[in-house]
Design a protein around this ligand. Structure first.
Ligand SMILES: Nc1ncnc2c1ncn2[C@@H]1O[C@H](COP(=O)(O)OP(=O)(O)OP(=O)(O)O)[C@@H](O)[C@H]1O
Ligand SMILES: [Mg+2]
Length: 235
C-alpha cells in the first residue's frame, strides 16, 4: 500500500540546510497498525506530511497504492488526499465556533455526497467516537480529548483506507488517550491501515509495529511482539 524508497527531505531556510529525513525506506501493507517514534526534531511530522502527499521529498520515491506520487498533478494529489487519506493532526485543526456535526461534515462537502447523507454519516461517526450527545457543541465548547475525537470522526468522513495521526494523544489526559487508541484499534480491526506518530512508549506499545527515527534516519523497524493491552496504558 505504502512504499517509500530512499526518501530524503532537506529544508532550506536562508543559508541553513536541515536534513529532516535522510534516506528512509520502508513498506506498510494494508491493514497494518504502525507507530512512528523518535525524539523531537527527528523527522516524524516531515514523514507524515510526505506520506499524506501534503509535501514532496527532496529525493527518493513514494508509491501509494501502486501510484508514484511524484508523477501526479496537484488536482490528482488533492483527490488522493481527500479520498484515501484521513488526517488527524496534533492540534486538531477543527473550525472554531462551528459545531462538532458541521466540522465532521466539512470534508464530505468536497466529495459529492448529498447533504442528507452527509448529516447521517457525520452523526454515525460522531456516535462511533462517543460524542452523540455533543453534536451541536461548538469545538471551543469541547474538551481536548473530545476535540480530538471530533477530528477522528472527521478523518473518517471519506472512508479513508489510510489514517495518519500525528500525536493524536499528545495533548490529552490518560483516560482520553486510551479512548482515542481504542478507537484507532477498532478502526484497524475494520481494515483501516493506521499510522500513528507518538513519542510515548505506552502508546507505541499498543500498535503492531514500531518504526523509530533518529536525526532523520530510520533507526529501527520492528514488529511489536509484546503488544500491550490498551488498559495498561499509564501516562
Ligand atoms: N518547514 C520547515 N522549514 C525548515 N525546517 C523545518 C521545517 N519543518 C521542520 N523543519 C526541521 O526539520 C527537522 C524535523 O522536523 P519535524 O517537524 O519532522 O520533527 P518531529 O520529529 O515531528 O518533531 P516533534 O516531535 O517536535 O514534533 C527539525 O530539525 C525541524 O527544525
Ligand atoms: Mg512533529
Amino acid at each position: 500500500m505504502i512504499k517509500v524508497s530512499h526518501l530524503t527531505k532537506i529544508y532550506k531556510t536562508g543559508e541553513i540546510e536541515v536534513v529532516a529525513l535522510d534516506n528512509v525506506s520502508f513498506e506498510i501493507k494494508k491493514g497494518e497498525f504502525v507507530a512512528i517514534m523518535g525524539p523531537s526534531g527527528s523527522g516524524k511530522s516531515t514523514l507524515m506530511n510526505l506520506l499524506g502527499a501534503l509535501d514532496v521529498p527532496t529525493s527518493g520515491e513514494y508509491i501509494l497504492d501502486g501510484e508514484k506520487i511524484a508523477d501526479l498533478e496537484e488536482d490528482e494529489l488533492a483527490e488522493i488526499r481527500n479520498k484515501k487519506i484521513g488526517f488527524i493532526f496534533q492540534s486538531y485543526n477543527l473550525l472554531p465556533r462551528t459545531t462538532a456535526l458541521k466540522n465532521v461534515m466539512v470534508p464530505m462537502m468536497y466529495g459529492d455526497i448529498p447533504k442528507e447523507e452527509r448529516i447521517k454519516k457525520a452523526k454515525k461517526y460522531l456516535q462511533m467516537v462517543g460524542l452523540e450527545d455533543r453534536l451541536e457543541h461548538a469545538s471551543n465548547e469541547l474538551s481536548g480529548g473530545q476535540q480530538q475525537r471530533v477530528a477522528i470522526a472527521r478523518a473518517l468522513g471519506m472512508r479513508p483506507s489510510i489514517i495518519l495521526a500525528d500525536e493524536p494523544t499528545g495533548n490529552i489526559a490518560t483516560k482520553q488517550a486510551i479512548e482515542v487508541m481504542k478507537i484507532l484499534d477498532d478502526l484497524n480491526k475494520k481494515g483501516h491501515t493506521i499510522v500513528v506518530i507518538t513519542h510515548e512508549n505506552e502508546i507505541a506499545e499498543c500498535t503492531k509495529r514500531i518504526i523509530c527515527l533518529r536525526d532523520g534516519r530510520l533507526e529501527k523497524d520492528e514488529l511489536n511482539q509484546k503488544r500491550q493491552k490498551l488498559s495498561k496504558i499509564v501516562k
